[in-house]
Write a protein that binds this ligand. Sequence first.
Ligand code: XIL
Length: 582
Amino acid sequence: MEITRAAALLLLASSLQGQALRQQADRFGILVGGAVNPDNFSEAPYAAAFARELNMLEPENVMKFGPIHPAADRYDFTAGDRIVDFARKNGMKVRGHTLVWHSQVPSWVTSGNLGSEQLSAILHDHISTVMKHYAGQVFAWDVVNEAFSDSPPALRSTIWFDAPGIGFKGQGTQYIEQAFRWAHEADSSALLFYNDYSAEVVNAKSNAIYAMAKDFKARAVPLDGVGLQMHLSLNANLARLGENIQRFTALGLQVHITEMDVAIPVNPDGTPVDPAALQKQAQIYRDVASACLQYKGCSAMQTWGLTDRYSWIPGFSQGKNGLALPLDANYQHKPAYDAWVGAFKSSPLPVQSLTGSFELVSATLGTRLLSADSLASIFGEGLADTTQTGGITLQVTDSTGNARVASLIYVSPAQINFVIPADTSPGVATFKLSGASVLSGTGFIQTVAPSLFAANANGLGVAAATAVRIFLPTMLQSPVAVFQCGGVYGSCSAVPIDLGLDAPVYLTLFGTGIRGRSSLDAVRASIGGKPVPVLYAGAQGAFAALDQVNIALPLDLRGDGLVDVQLEIDGRVSNTVQIALQ
Ligand code: XIL
């Protein structure tokens, strides 16, 4: 039987113990971000909170058209560069916002009496210049922001679309497509997003965006993802959020939650009108985070700010709303923060497929068979971020549905050695490795058979064994290793055992699937096809999971050279290993 090969995507690994939001997110390979104003970096608690909690930053304003391109012949990258610099120093990604938007367009564009040809040239140059400046530093861009009107599927009338537009007036999403093509041409490695509000759940606006996205994907327009802004109120109905995320990700697009805040109606003194508001808000944060975590393609969650100290909500609502973010104005955790972190803690790490490789082999059987109670290895990449077995579990679910945790013998990023649980039933079993990553694969479990360790990793060749000569009636003497290896496994050779003296030599072989399988009577050993006496068959004792067999080497085997050793228990034979005799 062949071992089934399975492949698995390895998620970014990080500490399971992390308290800050970003450490929780790192376990899932998810980005958690916040909109940032670089002017506030000088406020130490602000800078500290962003660096501690988030692994992504997005400029709240400074990369928008007006601030970054204040005059026809002038770009100003200073503020954006400060964000990129802060992010680099703190191991964070930068998400760019935004290239094509109806708002925050400078007056030299809006009041310049420009025609479509000029606007087209301006927008093309703008997209190219900004994206090239940040190429390699901004990993994703909101290329087009809020292009759909509030009466979808109609597009919003804007200077870029139809008033007068860049040349695609009356041609639907054609101008959006043009912007994506220019963006791709400027930085082909950046992820390109369409971003909008009130399109979080399945509704008329998200239907319109979905139709555009589907069309773009079908015609290979370079669209990589959709941003759901998520500016919510306490009345948000998120029942169809998961469904919406699901359909976009099913197109092969990423979904980013880009601008989340949950506005709370406040009294003139700034306190919530509803005493339960902070709890209700927390529930919304929890629901959004949990929904995102259910879909592999939902790869970033960002809030529009981080602390209530700086938020666009009070200004936008003329003071009616506030308290929309996860940290309060003094950078303390709000219930919303705990709910966000809590959603990560209580969501299962997704079992992902399939890029890295995950291969199961038996450590004792050269034919790569797996059997209950035998030692096996998983070879792969990034299997563990540690060499400690603690914190990593391997669950084996057998063909009857029984799940058992396997004991781990050795752990490294490239190899995990473990014992297949003794009562694993034959048939196809699923192996699920959980630690910083979760991987899953299958293997075929044979009926239990004894197996002997070879010095070679593939289970063939020279026995892993020791030979001792016992001078009766005294103690054992002169242990003889019966294999020696060069620098690499596979180049092991047998060191001949000298049978020249008249004292008996006993050979200790190591293996698995030997203990508890049978009475000693049922254990048969042969050397060179000839039966030899078995003195012991059972647990090795010092080393959990290891079994051992002691056999006596009859003196009449003298001079036979390289011979095969094999075990048979209850009619089931082991693999064959070799020893050399003089
Ligand atoms: C807002 C900023 O937060 C404000 O500081 C600014 O005055 C106006 O823009 N959707 C978007 C964001 O895509 O760019 C907006 O940001 C909020 C709504």
